[in-house]
Design a protein around this ligand. Structure first.
Ligand SMILES: [Zn+2]
Length: 156
């Protein structure tokens, strides 16, 4: 087995807010990030897949196809969007780096032919990133969006 990582970038706006908490509590927990007009980040996504090398091509996956999958499933949905307002999974889940990594895993699970999704790493900034390895997820064939939104944690 060998691991292969592909990077992609997207720029998105977000804010942190938990409707179950009072305005004061949100302010205390999230500070400036609770400003509901939002603010932006240039995110870097690293998707790592695991698989066996095809003896004919020397590849684990078709790189062009992998790039297209990342573009279709993630970048085209998140890039230049306000995550809280325009991306369905963040109407409930707070779009922290942690929850974005989980959401991207769910968007990609079962979509990459001939390889297993191994890790989703999301950088919110060069000095901050979250990793998700799919722990506690049901098998990939369930696909994204089949898990209750409540499964998302409240990030920081
Ligand atoms: Zn932020």
């Amino acid at each position: 087995m060998i691991l292969l990582t592909r990077k992609a970038e997207f720029s998105s706006a977000h804010y942190y807010w938990n409707d179950d908490l009072s305005a004061e509590e949100n302010q205390r927990l999230f500070g400036k990030c609770a400003n509901r007009n939002g603010h932006g980040h240039n995110y870097t996504l690293e998707v790592t897949v695991a698989g066996e090398i095809d003896p004919v091509t020397g590849f684990v996956v078709d790189l062009k196809q992998l790039k297209e999958i990342l573009e279709r499933e993630v970048v085209s949905v998140y890039d230049h969007r306000h995550l809280n307002l325009e991306v369905p999974e963040f109407r409930v889940a707070i779009p922290t780096t942690e929850n974005i990594a989980i959401a991207i895993w769910r968007r990609l699970a079962g979509k990459i032919p001939n390889a297993q999704l191994y890790r989703v790493r999301v950088f919110e900034a060069p000095d901050l990133f979250a990793d998700f390895y799919g722990e506690f997820e049901s098998p990939a064939q369930d696909g994204p969006g089949t898990r209750p939104e409540a499964q998302f944690g409240v990030g920081n």
